[in-house]
Design a protein around this ligand. Structure first.
Ligand code: FES
Ligand code: FE
Length: 332
């Protein structure tokens, strides 16, 4: 399963603290925890001894202690101590099953399997890193727990024709629902749509009147997409610097997900809570529709659902998933 060798977001970095917590990715239960050096770890949430959930344990002395018989594991996964046999030195077989973990864009990312030898290098988004591009301010909203497949969530993020209905008065209006033609092209990592125009009554927390707003949408990985927004005339935007919002989705099961949005905004005045509130409102409008869609897994056969010309990006996204060999959260 190709999805297992890709990086997926599983938690906000600051939410992974000194005590273990559970998470799920691609149907696999994980325990997330941080050692004494501050390094984050993601392991199978199953003790190698008798299968108890390690996320019910605790971190003591920088090691993860199983809740059942108190076996202790260091960051590498190696068991260092078996309380019932204090003089025994655990061997190489006494280890927890660990996965690759890395932190980026304020989140912890996990890869369940090593990448194939011909895998492309990690596709990075410097724009969303806290330390990069000081003219943009980085904030994250979520987690949003959604009873919908990850591809349905990404496809909704790429969809402009719902603005006037689902986000009426915010991102769109029933009176101006038309979506003019836009360009779609493949990229080395996914698909890019440019020249996307939508009439928006209130496209951001600062918008005081409606405007025709121009976007680009890019699918950058099977469960990840980024939009950029052209500065509106008269806005306080920095010339040439487009604000971006990324949708990061963790495919939990085939039909349930956790999502976050990562914002890179030129708004340094509003408190984080206000930017997050806006995203919460928008996502809260999407959620009931997303959870209502049937089938829950995204059907990839071109004739499985009916398309219009406004759906060119979603059709390209489905083709990309199929060509990438994605099988989780879709009906191939
Ligand atoms: Fe974990 Fe026994 S099940 S120590
Ligand atoms: Fe929406």
């Amino acid at each position: 399963m190709i999805e297992r060798s890709l990086w997926h977001p599983v938690a906000l970095s600051h939410a992974v603290g000194s005590q273990p917590q559970g998470a799920s990715l691609l149907g696999e239960d994980l325990v997330l925890w941080r050692d004494a050096a501050g390094a984050a770890h993601a392991w199978a949430d199953q003790c190698p001894h008798r299968g108890a959930r390690l996320s019910l344990g605790r971190v003591a002395g920088g090691q993860l202690e199983c809740p059942y018989h108190g076996w202790r594991f260091e960051g590498s996964g190696q068991c260092t101590h078996i309380p019932a046999l204090p003089d025994f030195t655990p061997g190489a077989r006494h280890r927890a099953r660990s996965f690759d973990a890395r932190e980026a864009y304020g989140m912890l990312w996990v890869r369940l399997a090593p990448p194939p030898a011909d895998a492309p290098p990690i596709h990075d988004f410097p724009l969303f890193a806290a330390e990069s591009e000081p003219r943009l301010r980085k904030t994250t909203s979520g987690p949003y727990r959604v009873e919908a497949s990850a591809p349905r969530i990404i496809e909704n993020f790429l969809d402009m024709a719902h603005f006037g209905y689902v986000h009426e008065g915010w991102l769109g209006s029933r009176d101006r629902p038309e979506i003019p033609p836009y360009e779609v092209a493949p990229t080395p990592h996914g698909v890019l749509a440019t020249g996307c125009l939508a009439w928006q009554p209130r496209s951001s927390i600062h918008a005081e009147s409606g405007a025709q707003v121009e976007y680009t949408y890019e699918v950058t990985a099977p469960y990840m997409a980024v939009l950029t927004k052209k500065p509106e005339p008269g806005s306080t935007a920095i010339e040439g610097l487009w604000e971006s919002i990324a949708m990061f989705v963790c495919p939990v099961t085939e039909e349930s997900s956790v999502a976050w949005t990562r914002m890179a905004m030129n708004d340094f005045d509003s408190p984080d809570a206000r930017l997050i509130d806006f995203q919460n409102t928008i996502f809260g409008q999407d959620q009931p529709v997303l959870e209502s869609q049937r089938p829950k897994r995204l059907p990839l056969r071109p004739d499985a659902e009916v398309h219009s010309a406004a759906d060119r990006m979603s059709a390209a996204y489905r083709r990309y998933l199929k060509e990438s060999g994605i099988g989780f959260g879709v009906i191939a």
